[in-house]
Design a protein around this ligand. Sequence first.
Ligand SMILES: Nc1nc2c(ncn2[C@@H]2O[C@H](COP(=O)(O)OP(=O)(O)OP(=O)(O)O)[C@@H](O)[C@H]2O)c(=O)[nH]1
Length: 575
Amino acid sequence: MNLKPRFLLLTALLFVLAAAAAWLAARELAEGIVEQWAVRYAEKQMLYDKERTLQPILREIALARQFASSPLLRKWAQHPEDASLAEAALEEMERYRELFSDRCYFVALKANGHYYYNDADNRFAGRQLRYTLDPAKPADRWFYDIVGQQRALHLNVNPDVELGVTKLWIDVLMRDGKRVLGVVGTGFELQRFVRELLMQTQPGMSSLFVDHEGAIQAYRDLSLVDFASITKQASEHSSVDRLFDRAEDSRSVRELMRELETANSASVGSRFVELKGRPYLAGVVWLSEIGWFEITLFDLDTLLPLDRFTGLLVVYGASLLMALLVFNAVLGRLVLRPLAALDRAMDEVQRERSAPHHLPDNAPGEIGRLITHFRNMVQALFDSRSELEHKVTERTEALERLTQTDALTGLLNRRGMAERLAAEVARSNRNGRRFGILWLDVDHFKEVNDCYGHAQGDAALTCIAGLIRSVVRPYDAAARWGGDEFLVLVQDCDRTLLDDLGERLRSAVEHCQGGDHCAQDMLLTVSVGGHLAAATEGLDPALQRADQALYAAKADGRNVYRCLDGEGNTHAQSG
Ligand SMILES: Nc1nc2c(ncn2[C@@H]2O[C@H](COP(=O)(O)OP(=O)(O)OP(=O)(O)O)[C@@H](O)[C@H]2O)c(=O)[nH]1
């Protein structure tokens, strides 16, 4: 795989990893912040709520206690049949009715079970004795339980079927010393209590009151309220457990409640719980004054929605993606593109054996240096190759010359002359011009060798070669044909020229008294045979005729030039 797709894959992988890591980190961080914030917020809110909700109840409790300790009431409670005491007590009750915030009161006497009640509308004026309590009636159980348990104060949410109201009753035991006289108190209308105390919270927050056993006493969802808790077994309560989705949340909140109640702590505890599939923080505070807990539920998704962080993550993801794309583009421009050009150039050099084209000149940094080095290297390679080729050509030409040159005399050898002759025959065939052949053979050369030695014989041959070279024209060819024989090719020749050259060659040798290296007394002569070849004549017949002429020269006593005429007769020129 090429580098580009690899880098793109790597970029995509890095993007996914970084985005996932950022998402997880942001989530962890956000959840941590939300939790910390929520716990602190809940604690403050709970302390504030505690004051806010408790004050009105405490005021009513204080008033109810005062009501229970009224001497007029207590005296009457001991002698309920006394009409004058009853009249004074009723006046006292009506006076307290004006003081209670709900402007209602109740008085239940232990002596005769009479239950007195009047409300804000004074509906029962003159008829305050509403009914007589009956221990056999479940609806009246509350009274006998409070009296039986001797509970000085009891808050009880209970519908009064006779009166047609559901109230949060503040029940205070009326006694004379240790003797229980009855139960007196007042009540908040439950809806008003809920509306005023539990509904006035911020969005995402809701509060409820539960008694020390966990039974719900006040909640905006009245169907969850556990009425007349005091008359029920623990298992029959509509308890706080009904709020939570998970059993472990119930356990955890109940544990917290136990801790706070045991320590009689005024501080606030909190637990994370789940309600209807949503995360909540449950803040719990122990209201020791009334023996209840206030539980406030904070809807975390509403108060601190995590999706607020989504925008941040989108910005982060987009920036990261942009950065990686820019990085890839820069990488492609600065590295991958020059590398691809270099790759193409190498291929071009390999295939076409020519210097590379289209190499970028402005690649920066290491890649730029690499390209420059490559360009210089290729240039050096081609220079060296061109030099080598030049040398090979030179050497080949030198070798070619050597293969066509006679080592002793420097004239053409037989091979070289054969090529020249063939070329001349072809040329003559083309242009119709005649050429001449002069065949020289040293006379009695064997004797020269025998007499002066082989080295002197070589020197003599060299000397004759020099004479031939000096006599023939520059464009004629001369060769040592073999042993002591020489051949001269005369171009564009006629008979006169041929005879002239043949005779001059013979004469030049005759008059040469020893060459540079020859013995002074050595006498050299050559016999020369000549032939003027016709344009259509082949090479072999022409050579044959020159040879015949030479033979004739030898036969005529040597040191002569002979040329055959058309009929094969020889012509002597001189000698
Ligand atoms: N020194 C020397 N001698 C050579 C060379 N090549 C051939 N010879 C000698 O040349 C002589 C040629 O002799 P021939 O052509 O047969 O006879 P000739 O003695 O020249 O007599 P004619 O040709 O009949 O006049 C031989 O003795 C060869 O050994 C050479 O390169 N150097």
